[in-house]
Design a protein around this ligand. Structure first.
Ligand code: GDP
Length: 295
């Protein structure tokens, strides 16, 4: 994960190896290399610049500390800043409400349905919940089938209405069904499109208004870099979502989405998904991710 970014940062710190103290010059060179590494990972220019300005001012302020080597000090500063950039501390995920309603939104192919299956499995096995999965995609029958298959795999009931072309009504009916069947978490997988469009946005906003979810998770493919960030902005403007799910971290992804989304929409990444196996769902910890990036 983020191998190229990790390699580039590691080589940025090499400049400082063997230096007894930090000088203005070696800070400047290292910071320049860090900025290039971030840009290369598809972090946008403004974020990369602000990030490295902060690193620079912290490093400059700490040049008197000579208890540890300049290289280690710089790594520590960058690690702290990466953690901060990705949200600082772990974000909470609401599951105490009864029922807890979770709305899942995102583009087609982002990994929404797979994630919905993983989340239901996680809540069932790790949190002792009784989840219900809801297929609210009225355009693609295959999406409904896919959710049923996933539900069967994880042993979670799936609610769908194949003939109903009103996604809001399906969501409302699903809530009534959940109440009747004593389900305490309702995960609603909504329709996705290949690009942000007005019909999709209106539909998912209408579902939101009708059922007042406790969590709205925006699912996004981490491989799409700055596009992921732009899509996040479009969805957040309409939905004011509560958190982000970054998928496909098992692929050859550069890191830009993970590093830029919190900054851009001011919403935390709550989960990451890496792989298609349904029993692996990772809560997102900014500090652990920063540590991984720095190897
Ligand atoms: P949806 O259209 O948003 O519901 O997306 P799907 O859940 O159907 O996922 C689209 C494709 O991406 C499918 O082929 C999934 O198997 C695959 N996929 C989903 N999540 C991941 C992931 O974390 N890693 C990888 N490698 N593939 C994934």
């Amino acid at each position: 994960m983020f191998n190229n970014l990790s390699d580039r940062l590691e080589s940025a710190f090499k400049n400082l190896k063997g230096e007894a103290r930090i000088s203005e010059l070696n800070i400047a060179n290292t910071v320049k290399d860090i900025r290039r590494a971030l840009l290369d990972a598809d972090v946008n220019y403004k974020i990369a610049k602000e990030f490295t300005d902060k690193v620079k001012s912290k490093a400059t302020g700490e040049k008197v500390i000579n208890a540890i080597s300049p290289g280690q000090l710089m790594v520590k500063i960058v690690q702290d800043e990466l953690t901060e950039l990705m949200g600082g501390t772990e974000a909470s995920f609401e599951t105490n409400a009864n029922p807890t309603i979770v709305l899942i939104a995102g583009l087609q192919g982002s990994g929404k349905t797979t994630f919905s299956g993983k989340l239901s499995n996680y809540l069932k096995t790790k949190k002792g919940k009784r989840p219900l999965l809801v297929a609210a995609d009225i355009y693609r029958p295959a999406a409904i089938d896919q959710l049923h298959v996933l539900g069967e795999q994880v042993g979670v009931d799936v609610y769908s209405e194949r003939e109903n072309k009103d996604a809001v009504a399906i969501a409302k009916n699903a809530l009534a069904y959940a109440k009747e069947h004593a389900k305490n978490v309702i995960i609603i997988d909504t329709a996705g499109r290949l690009a942000v469009d007005e019909v999709m946005m209106t539909e998912v906003a209408n579902i939101k208004n009708a059922i007042n979810p406790n969590e709205i998770l925006f699912v996004v493919d981490s491989m799409t870099g700055q596009d992921a960030v732009n899509t996040a902005k479009a969805f957040n403007d309409r939905l004011d979502f509560s958190g982000v799910v970054l998928t496909k971290l098992d692929g050859d992804t550069r890191g830009g989405a993970a590093l830029s989304i919190k900054y851009t929409v001011n919403k935390p990444i709550k989960f990451v998904s890496s792989g298609e196996k349904l029993d692996t769902l990772d809560v997102f910890y900014p500090d652990r991710m920063a540590q991984r990036i720095l190897g």
